[in-house]
Design a protein around this ligand. Structure first.
Ligand SMILES: [Zn+2]
Length: 392
């Protein structure tokens, strides 16, 4: 990536996510250098790219906190392994930051491969981190230990997605869960990284029982346990609300075209129920499962149907929320500031002077019009002007 040019964005209706009104922004060196009404005094000799948004909304670039950067799947034979999503799978969905995970297949896929794909996306202009491990115990790692991975490897910020209450899990015991959570917690303290255990929750009736036991028995804070897919089943969702009430952060999975016809709850419906329950909004995140397979199993555990997650489901969920009367500021938080706060991502999730210039401008119908990542314009008028190396 060449250095990002100085860019002046005019007439942006800024939601940071809180509403700041009509503003102009000066971007340089990958950050927001100036933000305010009118336009800043600039030396005429400076080369400045200028973009007039004509009053359209400008929000922080979305953070997809659960994406299978290497591709996931592989639950229905080797041919069902999902290929790695390319750069524009994220940028055309309004995403400027991703957190990568391994899932069921942490055997033919490795933490090293995930780390390499994370670095590749950084080279291509995105911000990217990943978690060590995968569904299983003992977790696959790069350095030989979970704590070592988080402490020594810049891009690794936590552990997951470790599977609980799922026929694909390692059936981890309470002691195993406690040991892993404590490793992740201590590594987070040592490094200032998110240091959380991102837990894949399956359809099993045990739900979050093991997490409750772990919290009751240990001194670990609730934030260490970050359960995802908690909207897949009504009873699990109710347990997740209790986890958030106890100080935990919970993650909903947004699925495109999800119309509530299964036992699950759409991410938008889950958001509204969470809000109606009066719980602190900052403890809610929403991710897409991009690149992961979204299978349905029969009673014998065979895949009978499979779709692939896409980051585009985040904006679909956002539009759904707006359509149901949720304010843009509130609707944005689980995709932006909340994810950045939970995973302690410096410079991310908010628009302010000194923050990274990761910005999403909406067009008609709240579609992606323009996207800047680290001050680089990757999407212009709805078209990807920067593509991944192997994209045509
Ligand atoms: Zn999962």
């Amino acid at each position: 990536m060449p250095p990002a040019p100085l860019t002046l964005i005019l007439n942006a209706d800024v939601h940071a996510p809180e509403p700041l009104g009509l503003c102009s922004l000066l971007l340089g060196g990958g950050r927001v250098l100036w933000l305010g009404e009118g336009r800043p005094q600039l030396d005429a000799r400076l080369m400045v790219a200028q973009v007039d948004l004509q009053g359209r909304p400008l929000v922080p670039g979305l953070i997809d906190g659960h994406a299978h950067l290497t591709g996931g799947g592989g639950e229905s034979g080797f041919a069902s392994k999902v290929p790695a999503p390319m750069l524009t799978a994220y940028t055309l969905a309004g995403v400027t930051s991703v957190i990568g995970v391994l899932g069921t297949d942490d055997c033919t896929r490795s933490s090293a491969e995930l780390l390499a794909r994370t670095r590749a996306l950084v080279e291509e202009g995105l911000s990217a981190w990943c978690l060590t491990g995968g569904y299983h115990v003992p977790p696959v790692t790069v350095t030989g230990s979970v704590r070592g991975d988080i402490v020594h490897v810049d891009r690794i910020i936590g552990l997951g997605e470790l599977a609980l209450s799922d026929h694909r899990s390692s059936q981890p015991t309470l002691d195993e869960l406690l040991r892993l959570a404590s490793d992740v917690h201590v590594a987070g303290l040592m490094t200032g990284k998110g240091g959380a255990l991102h837990l894949h929750l399956g359809d099993g009736e045990r739900g979050l029982a093991l997490v409750r036991e772990a919290l009751a028995l240990s001194e670990l804070p609730a934030r260490c346990f970050h359960p995802t897919h908690v909207n897949r089943r009504e009873a699990l969702f109710v347990e997740a609300l209790a986890h958030a009430a106890a100080g935990g952060v919970i993650d909903l999975t947004a699925v495109e075209g999800d119309d509530d016809d299964e036992a699950g709850i759409t991410a938008a419906a889950g958001f509204i129920r969470y809000q109606d329950a009066g719980l602190p909004l900052e403890r809610l995140t929403i991710s897409s499962d991009c690149g992961g397979c979204l299978p349905r199993f029969d009673a014998e555990g065979r895949v009978v149907h499979m779709e692939v997650g896409r980051s585009a489901s985040l904006l679909a969920c956002l539009r759904d929320l707006l359509g149901q009367g949720v304010a843009l500021t509130d609707a944005l938080a689980p995709f932006t500031s909340n994810v950045a706060r939970h995973w302690r991502l410096p410079g991310k999730g908010r628009i302010a002077v000194g923050q990274d210039a990761d910005l999403l401008a909406f067009g008609t119908g709240m579609g992606v019009s323009d996207l800047w990542a680290g001050g680089q314009r990757l999407v212009e008028d709805g078209c990807a002007v920067v593509k991944g190396r192997f994209e045509t």
